[in-house]
Design a protein around this ligand. Sequence first.
Ligand code: ARG
Length: 482
Amino acid sequence: MAQATSAPAAPAPSDSTKKLWGGRFTGKTDPLMEKFNESLPFDKRLWAEDIKGSQAYAKALAKAGILTHVEAASIVDGLSKVAEEWQSGVFVVKPGDEDIHTANERRLTELIGAVGGKLHTGRSRNDQVATDYRLWLTHQVAVMRSELQELIRVAADRSEAEVEVLMPGFTHLQNAMAVRWSHWLMCHCAAWQRDDMRLRDLTPRVATLPLGSGALAGNPFRVDRQFIARELGFVGGVCPNSMDAVSDRDFVIETVFACSLLCTHLSRWAEDLIIYSSGPFGYVQCSDAYATGSSLMPQKKNPDALELIRGKGGRIQGNLTGVLAVLKGTPTTYNKDFQECWELLFDTVDTVHDVVRIATGVLSTIKIRPEKMKSGLSADMLATDLAEYLVRKGVPFRETHHLSGAAVKMAEDRGVGLSELRVEDLQTIHPLFTEDVVAVWDFNRSAEMRDTEGGTSKRSVLEQVAKMRSYLAQEQAGPAAQ
Ligand code: ARG
């Protein structure tokens, strides 16, 4: 080991015990300090990655002539035995097992003897820890992507199946225009697709190999880092600078950022559905699987899953702030502060897995009530269409906007709906209003008019669905197919 497994002796107890705070010092590491320092309780979940990394490193040491092939084989086999112990739950943690790296190496040496002590040659926990987490995170990002793609698939399928359904669209949460329910679904898909792309794009930066950087200055035994990168499947190659390799936690920060933005999107999606499921709206109804009742009010069905998704967005945002704050102000290369990032990273990744899977469950089981959505459509949402009617007759839009506004006011003053105004009434506002204006009072027509790419017409929404599906197919075929 390059580092001792226990801290150096503290000042002699006789001195320190005389001091007010002396009782805490026993000449050995303070047990509280030991607990404060250890990371094994959470980093033991990296046992498999730590062992894989060590096996690749042993092979590289053999390639470099530092280990004989027999020694390397004994280390690789011994590490496989350690892995089996973790796998079957019989690995025994011992005092001094400060983290997963020390625990695995201690056990390896117990199993195969002194030759185990050769494994750490030229390596530091600084390049080791970053390697382990990058290996773990690369896989987790791939899993998060497949979960997110499943959510997108469910949304695209619903969009196609329910494309006829119209609902009120809002800006500022005020009545705006009639849109397709599927258009709303595809709106969220568009954000999720960007999240998926972000996770795709950051993958090679996560999957870049620090190992072979030593503590900070590089490896003195000429280990073949490209070989280790290939062995471990690091598609991004090797970290280009050994000081940066042990210093860099961008891979944590940018993944937590991507997760945080994804959770922000999911939180806004959830917020919409919470509103839509509320009494006055009633556009959707959560399935029993994702709702709870009230302990007091028998009629209540609360959208807990959606509220939790909204809440988790705040939690992950806190994690992002946390990792940024831990890194800020640390001097170049490794500092123990970095250890504080891991639990935030684990929490982020675990939470995202749950949030995305729950969102998929909610979306695939939520009931829609098209008649409620329809009854939410009011004629004032056609005021823009009324203005556009005159635009098509050559009146400049800025004028038609005012003219339609005058019609809205007239209807309001008379206490009737906009569509209840008679043609003669409209003609007092502008002579170009003629009998054919009645065609404007049709929400489906209003939606169908918006047929430009990205719009809410049926054709346009189905085109958005088709494009989303081909994106999914392309991503699922893998990089080789692209
Ligand atoms: N548990 C440590 C961490 O997570 C491992 C690296 C320790 N390196 C060191 N030089 N003490 O950061």
